[in-house]
Design a protein around this ligand. Sequence first.
Ligand code: G4P
Length: 528
Amino acid sequence: MSFIKEIQRRRTFGIISHPDAGKTTLTEKLLLFGGAIQEAGAVKSNKIKKGATSDFMEIERQRGISVATSVLAFEYEGTKINILDTPGHKDFAEDTFRTLTAVDSVIVVIDVAKGVEEQTEKLVEVCRMRNIPIIVFINKLDREGKDAFDLLDEVEQKLGLKVVPLSFPIGMGYDFKGIYNIWEKNINLFSGDSRKNIEETIEISDLESSELNKIVGDKAAIALRENLELVDGIYPEFDKQAYLDGHQQPVFFGSALNNFGVRELLDCFVQIAPQPRPKQSEERLVNPDEDKFTGFVFKIHANMDPNHRDRLAFVKIVSGVFKRNTPYLHVRHGKKLKFSSPNAFFAEKKEIVDISYAGDIVGLHDTGNFKIGDTLTEGEVINYKGVPSFSPEHFRYINNADPLKSKQLFKGIDQLMDEGVAQLFTLELNGRKVIGTVGALQYEVIQYRLEHEYGAKCTYENLNVYKACWVDPKGSKTDEYKEFIRVKQRYLAMDKQNQLVFLADSAFSLQMTEQKYPSIKFHFTSEF
Ligand code: G4P
């Protein structure tokens, strides 16, 4: 197969949801359809069990599972599908944001009873900012939930999406009879038997025919006709280009646990979901079908075995073909590196591969060369955009608890920050180091890993910071800017990229500062 065809048949996407909506279950059912696994229960949930957040075993378990499920690849009807795993736990949200820089589309899973939840809102917002094509899967139709139209309204309002239902439920919960597939114009009857792999599908060419009443009963048939008429009146026709541009989002209903509506979702997905998309670099737009390889690191995973300090850097191939044992330019270091054992991922296992194509993910063994956002090319200087840092939610001073091990401590902190576990800020005033995280759990992870992998000990001290704001002088450094630097010195720090950050201690003080220095702009992300 030509390399262009190889690239065109790839679909790389992420499944995002609030924890418990059914992401793991749906992933598993997709893998079952692809024949990548043989039985349910094979994909382990990487979520952190409630109430176990202080348990180191749980952290280790989480790390172990998350490398196993980082990329789940399988073949389905001639399409190579790469599912990128995204942690649902909010303490790992930043990990998910970064993974979203490597996907070409997403499926959002929503619980029919709970509707749009907090974590879904945040993740979808990031997708919308990047115009990532989104398909919505409303799950757990076998349970009583919200009215379908109310839910579609909620999705539009809370997530800011423009939905187009491509299937519609017939009843719900106890009365759930099945789904009318608007996309394929047929009815799937629900048997409620999760062991069955394929549900019964009945072709319905004419919705008005009495056949429909016989199949689902008079009441449900009448309701379905009315509902479909409403769908017709309220929602626009599905427009593939609008979906690909991020302006329209198709919606499917189903029950992942019962394997219901999943095949319809997958069949539609392989038809409409985008092949690898072009990516903007600081220098130019790079197309997947260019023959020269380029890619970027979006995730780094430390080895589970503390005796081996090597790590696995996950590289999304943006263009061309990645080959084993070929020297590639590490753009930030300006030096060439060769990789003798790149890993490709297949369902739950990883294997050494000779060749991978744009759209694929390769795992490269790394002894500390990479950090998140690094770019590899065949020689051209390209820096991919779009792996921003967001303002952390928690801030603590980190102190060295064992003065004999300060070298180890700094090395450990440095490498953990490169992996993206947390963010490091160095105060301008006194050089003290501050660790910023999305969730409190990361402090335990850092302390534990510093001790077990680097032999260093640390303690923390609380620091009252509301938000880290990246400072943008908007052009020339005026007298106003100089005054800001002088007056606010106590609150200024450098991030790891040496960008200036203002650590505002309250929403009020940020507001006052913004008013006092109108020519300076403050951003909640490092990319502006
Ligand atoms: P997550 O990855 O998004 O966090 O969710 P996960 O798939 O783990 O699903 C969360 C819970 O919802 C699980 O139950 C799962 O069995 C259930 N679930 C998923 N899809 C459906 C569905 O279509 N219908 C119904 N009724 N339940 C569904 P659990 O009891 O928390 O876990 P488990 O003991 O079943 O694994």
